[in-house]
Design a protein around this ligand. Structure first.
Ligand code: ATP
Length: 466
């Protein structure tokens, strides 16, 4: 099968109504994307699957939905105001803008592909001066014009600034959150008090984050506005390593269980030099996107850094006293953090299939995990004369499933349309239906058909959609 390209995927997503270019009728806004009728369903299903796995079925975990705009003091405490920046370089020749670490990373990947192994530490572990030196020494070219003539590195803070209230001065400056986790820490005491939770437990949140990325791109992989699903799992310092291993494993399992291609998934453990100073261990789950291996999910043992910082800056006591031993300590935190959009991209890349059929025919099938499919069941009347009973069936099924009604075109074309958007089951109402009170159910993957009694259809679907 021909390898899927990003171009194919972008055009497929637009045609089918998964993802549209943002602000398109005004000429577009670079790197912004709008989720269409199918995209929003898929996105919601991914978020529900995550919530079910990490909140609903974890007796110790709870959810949160905090504000996007929070006190700027939070970003002082977390270090984002001082150091949430990327190393920016301009190409003097063509004026294009690049991230120094990514220039090095991409160049190293290219060299690997050519069979040249270059012994070096990762770009994330290099200082700015080391990155500049490396780029010079290896004459790494500008990806846009091919010259190697870059300005020195400048730091560029990634937080979006705005103003709150009627005046636009320093005092009213606020920021759009660059990650969802900060307000999990600031609500640690509130959650403890209101739920009477005992360690270990996790607080989970899904929400929008904003980063003024220097080099957004690769469709929805890196955008300036995106959605994250984050958990802060609070535990005793002695148990943090165990919980880190646990969630490292569970996050990978989750990806596989929702249909991300296991052959395109791998762990990348950060070596000591790459770790941020407060982290004891960090692993990225990487996915092999059409543009190469890149981070999908980050899992980190963040020690007690965040709670300690917020305690210092707010003056609030954020320690925990063990009710059994009376030991007082600042909990350690294990943080699995994943972008909804990046996960959705990995899901789409894994599911998109072009299948050869007999007689030189082929079909596009989106082999999504059934729980993620935007439309669970399509109701197709074989003839216009059957529309009344088919409409009634559709209305009944819609009470329990996201269903679609399609009466136009040949039945074969209608099956193909549903295959292309990943609908697991098509229910055909035919001329026998009235006499035997049954319908034909067709399976997306096997294309096999089965006769099912209408009275049993709901149970049948419930069992098969698990
Ligand atoms: P990268 O190195 O790719 O910039 P990061 O290490 O800065 O990512 P984190 O701060 O660890 O990312 O964020 C956690 C998760 O949020 C990432 O694993 C990714 O899935 C998602 N994410 C981060 N930045 C973006 C973005 N600009 N667009 C889409 N998703 C993002």
């Amino acid at each position: 099968m021909k390898e899927l390209t990003m171009q194919d995927l972008v055009s497929y997503c637009k045609t089918m109504g998964f993802i549209f270019p943002g602000s398109e009728i005004y000429g577009g806004l670079a790197n912004s994307w709008d989720y269409g009728p199918l995209g929003v369903e898929l996105k919601n299903n991914i978020k529900s699957a995550w919530w079910k796995r990490f909140v609903q079925t974890e007796p110790n975990n709870v959810g949160l939905d905090s504000a996007i705009i929070a006190s700027p003091r939070i970003w002082e405490a977390s270090g984002h105001l001082a150091s949430f920046s990327d190393p920016l370089m301009d190409c003097r020749a063509c004026k294009s803008r690049h991230r120094a670490d990514k220039l090095i990373e991409n160049w190293l990947t290219e060299q690997e592909q050519k069979g040249n192994h270059i012994e070096t530490k990762s770009s994330e572990a290099m200082s700015d001066a080391e990155m500049e030196e490396f780029i010079q020494a290896h004459k790494i070219p500008c990806p846009d014009c091919g010259k190697c003539d870059f300005t020195p590195i400048r730091k560029f803070n990634l937080m979006f600034k705005t103003f709150m209230g009627v005046t636009e001065d320093a005092k009213s400056t606020v920021y759009l959150r660059p990650e969802t986790c900060a307000c999990i820490f600031t609500n640690f005491k509130n959650v403890l008090r209101s739920t009477r939770a005992k360690l270990p437990f996790g607080i989970c949140q899904i929400g929008k984050s904003f980063r003024n990325e220097i080099t957004p791109g690769n469709f929805i992989f890196r955008t300036r506005e995106f959605e994250q699903m984050e958990m802060e799992f609070f535990c005793h310092p002695n148990d943090a390593e165990k919980w880190f291993e646990h969630y490292r494993h569970e996050c990978m399992e989750f990806c596989k269980n929702i249909g991300v291609n296991p052959e395109k998934l791998r762990f990348r453990d950060h070596d000591k030099e790459e770790l941020v100073f407060y982290s004891k261990a960090t692993t990225d789950i990487e996915f092999n996107y059409p543009f190469g291996w890149s981070e999908l999910w980050g899992i980190a043992n963040r020690t007690n850094y965040d709670l300690t910082q917020h305690q210092k800056f707010s003056g609030e006591d954020l320690t925990y006293t063990d009710p059994f031993t009376n030991e007082k300590f600042t909990p350690f935190v294990v943080e699995p953090s994943v972008g909804v959009d990046r996960l959705l991209l990995a899901v789409l890349c894994s599911a998109y299939t072009v299948e050869d059929l007999p007689d030189n025919d082929s079909r596009i099938v989106l082999k999504l995990h059934k729980s993620l499919a935007p439309i669970k069941v399509a109701v197709l009347p074989l003839s216009k004369k059957l529309e009344d009973s088919a409409q009634k069936l559709y209305a009944d099924l819609s009470q329990d499933y996201r269903a679609q009604y399609d009466a136009s075109g040949s039945i074969g074309k209608r099956y193909r349309r549903q295959d292309e958007i990943g609908t697991p089951y098509c229910v055909t109402v035919d001329f026998e239906t009235e006499t035997d009170q049954s319908v034909t159910v067709r399976d997306r993957d096997t294309m096999l058909q089965e006769r099912v009694k209408i009275t049993e259809l709901n149970d049948w679907l419930r069992n098969h959609l698990k």
